[in-house]
Design a protein around this ligand. Structure first.
Ligand code: SF4
Length: 440
């Protein structure tokens, strides 16, 4: 059967459809690049905001219009509102999150053990979701109750995959040619709490038991980390972690006012967050610290907003996302008094976004004149100019360069020469292999 896989939202959703792709291929089916080519489709939906639900709905309608009569819907939206999905065209099955690991077997009506994933290496998904980086699910669910968060409702209790399972999946990806592994989860920092262990042990095990060239961590809640966690980046250890563990930490702040953090039921304060950032910057040279912030949380006074803005400026982040507060039915915050007018929320989002962009720009510009490794993610032919490559440095900065031949999924040393909008530009330094062309 020709199967099209689509996903909305987080890296965990991406990791899950990559896992499904391997299951369908192991059972002898073909993963196709677009719905037009497919006999069946699986859509991994998202419900983190109202917008995410609309995008999920839109994708399913689009796939139905493309002629697919057998659409399987899964993911957070299906778990929260299964009825909503069944009303959409050509949706034949709705599989909630707690059955997602068995989706391939359920859909193909097979016993999970009847098809074996060995020795199926990872093959990047065709089409839009083609990635050089392999997203690997290490953990699912969350035991926290942040009052704005619907994910903890949709994904259930926190649970960790075993070290062996995670390393096996990483090895599949490396055997399939992946040069970067991104560890992901709903609450990645809580990995191991149910195994009497800690995320640091998983990272050490991965670096010890695989040759992963680049290991990146996705979002980490600040309260799961302590200063000694950053010693993992110490390049003098036998694990050569310093060069293989990417110097990039995404630590959601959500608000820079302690009274707002309290109403959000965030297990952190501005002073403990400040201390953590300070330790990270002390122990990991040039570390990129990015974040998430919610603008217009219920009850946020002008003073609280000013505190958040000041704190964001003080933290000098390397970038991040600002989300306009979106009331999600089933969360504590949706029932709170003092809901902020949508216009005011948007205005606060804009101001915070500007502040983050300012500090991101100065962080980026620090690296002009330096040489960094870049993993090329996309290539586009530029006629007489050769090939334009775009990718990410180790500290997750976008970079662009030209070369005579396409270098998708290659890692090159790049001399960074300048910066245009949010992208660094440079020259690939590898004389033997390439004809080097300066940027335009
Ligand atoms: S830590 Fe908070 S924001 Fe993160 S998944 Fe859990 S409840 Fe949601």
């Amino acid at each position: 059967m020709k199967i099209y896989l689509d996903t909305i939202g987080c890296r965990l959703n991406q990791a899950e459809i990559e896992h499904m792709a391997r299951g369908f291929r192991a059972a002898g089916h073909e993963i196709v690049a677009s719905a037009e080519l497919a006999e069946m489709a699986v859509v991994n939906t998202c419900a983190v905001t109202n917008d995410a639900v609309s995008v999920s709905r839109g994708k399913i309608r689009q796939i139905a219009r493309a002629g697919v009569n057998d659409i399987v819907a899964t993911g957070c939206w299906t778990t929260l509102q299964p009825q909503g999905l069944l009303q959409l065209p050509n949706v034949t099955r709705v599989i909630p999150n707690d059955r997602k690991d068995h989706l391939v077997a359920d859909v193909l009506n097979l016993q999970p053990e009847t098809f074996d994933l060995e020795p199926l290496t990872r093959v990047p998904l065709p089409g839009l979701h083609r990635r050089t980086r392999a997203f690997i699910k290490a953990q699912d669910g969350c035991n926290n109750q942040c009052t704005f968060c619907i994910t903890t409702v949709a994904r259930g209790e926190a649970r960790s995959r075993t070290v062996a399972d995670v390393i096996q999946e990483i090895q599949f990806a490396l055997d399939g040619g992946a040069k970067e592994i991104v560890l992901t989860g709903v609450h990645l920092g809580s990995w191991g709490y149910d195994l009497d262990s800690h995320l640091a042990e998983l990272i050490k095990a991965i670096l010890r038991n695989t040759d992963v060239p680049r290991l990146r961590l996705s979002s980490l809640e600040p309260w799961d980390l302590h200063a000694d966690f950053f010693s993992l980046w110490d390049s003098s250890t036998s694990l050569r972690a310093g060069s293989r563990l990417m110097p990039h930490l995404h630590l959601p702040l959500q608000a820079g006012s302690d009274s707002t953090l309290k109403r959000m039921r965030r297990n952190t304060t501005t002073s403990s967050f400040r201390e953590l950032i300070h330790s990270a910057r002390e122990m990991i040279p040039d570390v990129a610290i990015t974040t998430d912030i919610i603008a217009g949380f219920p009850g946020e006074t002008d003073d609280e907003f000013a505190e958040t803005l000041d704190f964001v400026n003080e933290m000098n982040f390397a970038g991040g996302h600002v989300f306009t507060y979106s009331p999600r039915p089933g969360t504590g915050a949706a029932k709170m008094k003092g809901q902020i007018q949508p216009e005011a929320r948007k205005k606060r989002n804009h101001i915070l976004h500007e502040a983050l962009e300012e500090s991101a720009k100065s962080y980026r510009e620090k690296f002009i004149g330096q040489t960094m490794s870049v993993l090329w993610e996309s290539t586009s032919e530029m006629g007489e100019h050769g090939w334009q490559m775009e990718g990410f440095t180790e500290n997750y900065l976008r970079a662009q360069a030209f070369a005579e031949s396409p270098r998708w999924n290659e890692i090159d040393r790049v001399a960074l020469t300048d910066c245009e909008s949010n992208q660094l530009r440079g020259e690939i330094l590898d004389e033997e292999k390439l004809y080097v062309r300066t940027t335009h």
